[in-house]
Design a protein. Structure first.
Ligand code: SAM
Length: 239
């Protein structure tokens, strides 16, 4: 349960350097603007860039490690609630770095244990992300369990907060009912618009999302259907 989860009190308190050591900024930590007091020695080291892509409920990390070489200049973060699974993904990334030592490959991937339904704004600032992936989320079939779904009016507002205008939320599921649920909740949200099928199919991340997650591979083996929908974060309406 949550009392065992560790999470930063704000995005600036997160020690990203641990996850992306190749991206630690050589600059000393800046003086805090609000207090004009030099940062305390315990202040986390800054990175040269921020995390921009989040794979929410990343499971065993198949998407993360497939996307990382495709987006070499972007920091990607898997987020997973199961402690051992999150640890496995972080070890998987470290092993890939060792196998590819002498290159930059996989330096841009990391994984944290997190309950994203509760603590997403603790990890990311407003408009920080350019992409969020929601791949094969748990369907929670029963009506009384629908509140546990990771797409809802409230959570979509959190996604709208952390995703920048123009950024994309990617969804895929093999459960048609859940697909319809996700589409109706994003369609109803003023901060999102559905991406056209043409644009969707031209996006290289969509092909990767269809084939590279562990759950997607399972659906493939069982010859199941996969339903994809993408939503663009639009500028806030002018009122
Ligand atoms: N995305 C992966 C894939 O496509 O292979 C995993 C899909 S699996 C069906 C759903 C994952 O979401 C599980 O690994 C589960 O532990 C994780 N999860 C469920 N609720 C979560 C939450 N609130 N925060 C983070 N991860 C969560």
């Amino acid at each position: 349960s949550d009392h065992q989860l560790t999470y930063p009190i704000s995005p600036d308190h997160m020690d990203w350097a641990e996850y992306y050591p190749a991206f630690i900024s050589p600059e000393p930590n800046p003086v805090s603007e609000s207090t004009a007091v030099p940062a305390a020695p315990s202040t986390p080291k800054k990175l040269t860039r921020q995390v921009e892509v989040a794979d929410i409920g990343c499971g065993f990390g198949g998407l993360l490690v497939s996307l990382a070489p495709e987006l070499p200049d972007t920091l990607l973060l898997g987020m997973e609630i199961r402690a051992q699974v999150a640890e496995y993904v972080q070890e998987r990334v470290k092993a890939l770095r060792v196998q590819n030592s002498g290159t930059e490959l996989y330096q841009n991937a990391g994984c944290v244990r997190a309950n994203t339904m509760k603590f997403l704004p603790n990890f990311f600032n407003k408009s920080q992300l350019s992409k969020i992936f929601l791949c094969f989320p748990d369907p929670h079939f029963k009506a009384r369990k629908h509140k546990a779904r990771i797409v809802s009016t409230t959570l979509n507002s959190e996604y709208a907060y952390v995703v920048r205008p123009g950024g994309i939320v990617y969804t895929i599921t093999d459960v048609e009912d859940l697909h319809n649920w996700m589409v109706s909740h994003f369609d109803a949200h003023l901060s999102f618009e559905r991406v056209s099928e043409e644009e969707q199919e031209a996006d290289k991340c969509v092909a990767i999302m269809r084939t590279e997650t562990e759950e997607g591979k399972k659906v493939e083996r069982n010859k199941g259907k996969k339903f994809v929908a993408l939503f663009r974060r639009i500028e806030n309406p002018p009122w």
